[in-house]
Design a protein around this ligand. Structure first.
Ligand code: 13P
Ligand code: SF4
Length: 324
């Protein structure tokens, strides 16, 4: 793990990079009383230096419980924003402010307000992959690991809007037997997987189990023997007796899978084209260098208008209560 960091010496627009970024980041962590939270889709060096690695729910819980003064969020904007919503008095840093999310972007606030107004009696359950504006318009937030559990707790006669991910929404409908009014959003990464190539891989590796994130399309999910959040997929790989897996989610997770089950083989599910579009372009904007500069400069920092923060906090708190 240290090879990449040790070779990262050189000048940037911001100044000289230290020879050993890992040590420099550890020093800054102590100076700032900072905690580094990283999502499983981050590059391996970032995962290795993080204090806590998790899926969206685990990271939201870690952010809610930290005693650190500064939260360095190695993930995408909506994740860092959630940490800020939960911690108004702490500094929340995101290494690259452009680390957005196509799914969050697929739900613009004005259009969603109109959609909500057209369904006045509906409760709004929103996937955490959305902006603070959308959270502020929601009744309950969910993540991929608790969406089914949360919808199951809502009275059966209560109509529900589910936003913004249509694929997770369809999966929840199938699991709960409930009808949900879906916002038609999606993730560019999870919609890139090719059903045909997964089937070809299964033929080439007959012992391999296909596993998938519920943001994938139904055509991909139907080939998976296990569907779950990144944390659930990781746990499944560790516990399953299978030795080979075809992994239909962002391949950053394979770093942890390989660490936890070094003797097993993990094959990333291929995208439709011969591109690297199964890698989240937003998650990958964060680098170890940018993480160092964010800590050194205490920027870019996540800020939010207080009224929006308060409105967005309520549905997140409901989620935390309902998934305790
Ligand atoms: P998880 O809830 O599994 O962390 O998913 C987050 C995400 O962005 C998937 O694309
Ligand atoms: Fe958003 Fe998809 Fe990237 Fe997850 S993988 S952060 S849903 S664009």
């Amino acid at each position: 793990m240290f090879t990449t960091a040790l070779s990262q010496r050189g000048k940037t627009e911001q100044g000289d990079l230290p020879l050993d970024l890992f040590t420099a980041i550890e020093t800054l962590k102590k100076e700032l009383n900072a905690v580094i939270l990283a999502h499983y889709y981050q590059e391996p060096d970032i995962q290795d230096i993080a204090d806590f690695i998790g899926d969206s729910l685990q990271l939201a819980k870690a952010a809610a419980n930290t005693n650190a003064d500064v939260i360095v969020f190695a993930g995408v904007h909506f994740m860092a924003e959630t940490a800020k919503i939960l911690n108004p008095d702490k500094m929340v840093l995101l290494p690259d402010l452009n680390a957005g999310c196509s799914l969050a972007d697929s739900c613009p606030p004005e259009a969603f307000a109109a959609f909500k107004a057209a369904h006045p009696d509906h409760l709004v359950v929103s996937y955490i992959n959305c902006s603070a504006d959308i959270k502020a318009m929601s009744d309950i937030i969910c993540t991929s690991s608790n969406a089914v559990k949360i919808v199951q707790q809502i009275p059966k006669d209560q109509p529900i809007i589910f936003a913004p991910d249509r694929n997770l929404g369809r999966y929840v409908m199938e699991k709960t037997g409930r009808h949900l009014v879906l916002w038609e959003g999606s993730c560019v990464v999870h919609e890139t997987f090719s059903e045909k190539k997964i089937v070809q891989l299964k033929i080439a590796h007959p012992q391999a189990e296909a596993i998938a994130h519920p943001e994938c399309e139904t055509s991909v999910l139907r080939h998976a023997s296990f569907i779950g959040s990144t944390a659930a997929l990781l746990k499944y790989c560790e516990q399953s007796s299978s030795q080979e897996f075809i992994v239909a989610t962002e391949p950053g997770i394979i770093h942890q899978m390989q660490k936890r089950a070094p003797h097993k083989r993990f094959i990333p599910a291929p995208p439709l084209n011969n591109c690297a579009c199964n890698e989240c372009p937003f998650m990958r904007l964060n680098t170890l260098e940018k993480l160092y500069w964010a800590m050194k400069n205490r920027a870019p920092e996540i800020t939010l208008p207080e009224n929006m923060r308060e409105a967005a906090l309520r549905p997140i708190q409901r989620m935390l209560e309902m998934s305790a």
